[in-house]
Structure formats: structure tokens, C-alpha cells
Design a protein around this ligand. Structure first.
Ligand SMILES: *[C@@H]1O[C@H](CO)[C@@H](O)[C@H](O)[C@H]1NC(C)=O
Ligand SMILES: *[C@@H]1O[C@H](CO)[C@@H](O)[C@H](O)[C@H]1NC(C)=O
Ligand SMILES: *[C@@H]1O[C@H](CO)[C@@H](O)[C@H](O)[C@H]1NC(C)=O
Ligand SMILES: *[C@@H]1O[C@H](CO)[C@@H](O)[C@H](O)[C@H]1NC(C)=O
Ligand SMILES: *[C@@H]1O[C@H](CO)[C@@H](O)[C@H](O)[C@H]1NC(C)=O
Length: 313
């Protein structure tokens, strides 16, 4: 009995190791707005977040920016300088912007969430909107490519195109960047090897892992991956920050029902609580039947009803 109890205390209810690198990939939640409060609860380890956009999430208004820093992202191609103008507006309004993120999966198709931009077009948008922020001391993160083989070649072409935009006949220059952003879905060995490819292509450049998971696996495999990767990121000096995907409920997950930080009632799962550095909850991702609907499933229902109407059902 004694041993069982000690083991439970030592492992079962253990809090995750503390880390100052952890942040939130925030997918604003209008369906269950109460879920937003989970990430800013007292004792949370999370120090920063991004929301794929250029302005802070209203869900976190009033929460100390010092404890939970917002990092703007220029998601995809835009014309003009609206991103630059918005970031400058935030700075003028007293928001501490220390880092910005380049495009989200520019090498990926829009059907899978990619922003699908050519390197040459992305370079122009970067020169107009992101490059000028370097002069203000803001650290610039290269575009976050997919985990596919094309990511690093995409970045190399982007940098070459960017260089030709900022160079003159008299002087060759490079665009500025301070860190790379890495996305990975797959096992830990693949993740470590992918980070190795970035280290080889971008020697001595800090890495942020801004989306990662071992998707669609059973719970214990998913938890083992979570622990191994978090321990790895915390140990490596060249990993600056990381953010685990996903901060949503099991029922609406597009990375499998076990990969999530919330169950279907919005309660932290074990992975969610380890990530926040608080004690494990023992809550299973699927412990409550999903009351929610995914927009995808809903669209199919609507389509089905229309088809039935068509046939006079
Ligand atoms: C993961 O780490 C937590 C503590 O951080 C520990 O309680 C748990 O047993 C670990 N799980 C696995 C599968 O390694
Ligand atoms: C702004 O944020 C950065 C990174 O978190 C921090 O190092 C810096 O001290 C902050 N500056 C102010 C004025 O709060
Ligand atoms: C972008 O870079 C690629 C590869 O270096 C090159 O072939 C292409 O001409 C460049 N495009 C522009 C618009 O500079
Ligand atoms: C620009 O980047 C290229 C490729 O990384 C490098 O070979 C070159 O030395 C850099 N040029 C300058 C002026 O920093
Ligand atoms: C870059 O190299 C220096 C000197 O070897 C080292 O101290 C530093 O940690 C390295 N930084 C990264 C991001 O790899």
C-alpha cells in the first residue's frame, strides 16, 4: 500500500518540470470561450503565445503582458504594409513586442492550413513588413515551413530572393533573421532528425518549435512523446521557445483525440497540466462525450440535409 501511494505521489500526480520556454499556440475559441481562461490560470508556466495573427487576443486583455507575452505573426501574403503598421501601433500603445514570426507554412497548401506563397512573393512581403522591425531591436523568426522535405529548400530560395531585394549593385546584403521556426508531426526520432537538418542548414541559429505533436496515436504513446520532446527542448540551449499543438478539445482535434490539452468539457488533460507545469489531473482526453461539433462535421450534416431535400426526403 505504502509503495502504491508513494508511486502515485511520485509519478501519477507529479507536476511537469518547469520551463520558461513554453508558450501557447492559441486558436481563439468562440464556441467555448470559458476554455480561454485555462491558459492564464495562476501557476501556469506559459510565458508567451501566438495566435497566427498580428494583434493580441481579446480573450487575454487585462492579463499582464509581462507574464504572457504576445508574439505577432504575419500569417500569409498581404499587399502593402498593414502588418508593419499594426506592430508599430502596438509598440506605440506600450505593448512589449520583442519577437515576430514569419509566414505560417508558406510551402503548404491552403487545404492543410498552409499559406502557400512563392519564396519570391514572400520575400517582397517580408521586406515591406518584417525587415524594418529589425532596426527596432525586434527579433525576427524565419517563416515556419511544414515538416516536409521542401521546407528548407523553400527557405533557402526565400533568403536568396530576399537578398536580391535588399542588395544594391555596390553591396550584397542579406535579409535579417534571428531564429528559425520549426513544425513537426511525427515521432521523436523524426523530430530530432528534422531539428538536425535545420542545425545543418542554419548553423548556430536559435530554434523555436512552434507546432509539434505525434498525431493520431494511443494515449501512452502520445504522453511518452510529449515528455521526451519537452525534456529535449528544455535541455538544449539552442531551443529558444516551443509551443505544443493543441490547445483545444479532443472532439474538435485535427491531430487525433489523444494529442490535446483539453477534454470535451474543457478540463486540462495530463499532457495539458504537465505543459502548464501544474499537477496531473488524470483527466482522459475523451473522458466526457463530445457535446461539441466540428465545423467539418457540421458542414457534412448541412450537405446531407440539402441532398435529402433535393430528393424530397
Ligand atoms: C510524463 O512526465 C510526468 C511528469 O512530468 C510523469 O508524471 C509521467 O509519468 C510521465 N509519463 C510518461 C509516459 O513518461
Ligand atoms: C520585453 O519582453 C522581453 C522578452 O520577454 C523581455 O526580455 C524584456 O525585458 C521585456 N521588456 C520590457 C520593457 O518589459
Ligand atoms: C528567386 O530565387 C530563385 C532561386 O534562386 C530564382 O530562380 C528566381 O529567379 C528568384 N526570383 C526572383 C523574383 O528574384
Ligand atoms: C549572405 O548569406 C549567404 C548565404 O548564407 C552567405 O554566404 C553570405 O556570406 C551572406 N552575405 C553577407 C553580406 O552577410
Ligand atoms: C553559437 O555558438 C556559440 C559559440 O560556439 C555558442 O556559445 C552558442 O550557444 C551557439 N548558439 C546557438 C544558437 O547555437
Amino acid at each position: 500500500m505504502f509503495y502504491t501511494r508513494s508511486l502515485l505521489l511520485a509519478f501519477g500526480a507529479a507536476a511537469g518540470a518547469a520551463s520558461s520556454k513554453r508558450g501557447l499556440v492559441f486558436v481563439p475559441n468562440s464556441q467555448w470561450p470559458e476554455d480561454n481562461n485555462v491558459w492564464v490560470q495562476s501557476g501556469s508556466d506559459l510565458t508567451w503565445y501566438y495566435n497566427y495573427g498580428s494583434t493580441p487576443s481579446s480573450a487575454f486583455t487585462g492579463h499582464s503582458q509581462e507574464d504572457f507575452e504576445f508574439v505577432p505573426m504575419l500569417w500569409g501574403a498581404i499587399s502593402g504594409t498593414s502588418f508593419l503598421d499594426e506592430v508599430n501601433g502596438l509598440i506605440q500603445g506600450g505593448v512589449n513586442i520583442s519577437h515576430v514570426l514569419g509566414f505560417n507554412e508558406p510551402d503548404g497548401e491552403s487545404s492543410t492550413g498552409g499559406s502557400n506563397i512563392t519564396p519570391a512573393r514572400a520575400a517582397q512581403v517580408w521586406v515591406d513588413n518584417i525587415e524594418p522591425l529589425a532596426a527596432k531591436g525586434i527579433k525576427l523568426g524565419l517563416p515556419a515551413c511544414t515538416g516536409g522535405w521542401n521546407g528548407i529548400p523553400w527557405l533557402q530560395q526565400f533568403l536568396a530572393n530576399c537578398s536580391s531585394l535588399v542588395s544594391t549593385d555596390a553591396e550584397t546584403k542579406n535579409c535579417t533573421y534571428d531564429f528559425v521556426n520549426i513544425h513537426w508531426y511525427g515521432n521523436f526520432e523524426g523530430l530530432a532528425s528534422h531539428m538536425g537538418s535545420y542545425s545543418a542548414a542554419f548553423p548556430n541559429v536559435t530554434q523555436w518549435i512552434t507546432e509539434y505533436n505525434l498525431d493520431n496515436q494511443d494515449l501512452s504513446t502520445t504522453q511518452r512523446f510529449f515528455n521526451t520532446s519537452a525534456e529535449y527542448f528544455d535541455r538544449l540551449d539552442y531551443v529558444g521557445r516551443y509551443s505544443y499543438f493543441g490547445s483545444f478539445r479532443s472532439k474538435v482535434s485535427n491531430v487525433g483525440e489523444n494529442a490535446v490539452m483539453l477534454n470535451n468539457a474543457g478540463k486540462l488533460t495530463d499532457i495539458g497540466s504537465w505543459y502548464l507545469g501544474v499537477s496531473a489531473t488524470g483527466v482522459l482526453p475523451t473522458s466526457v462525450a463530445g457535446k461539441g461539433y466540428s465545423p467539418m462535421a457540421m458542414a457534412s450534416v448541412v450537405a446531407l440535409i440539402s441532398v435529402m431535400a433535393l430528393f424530397g426526403c
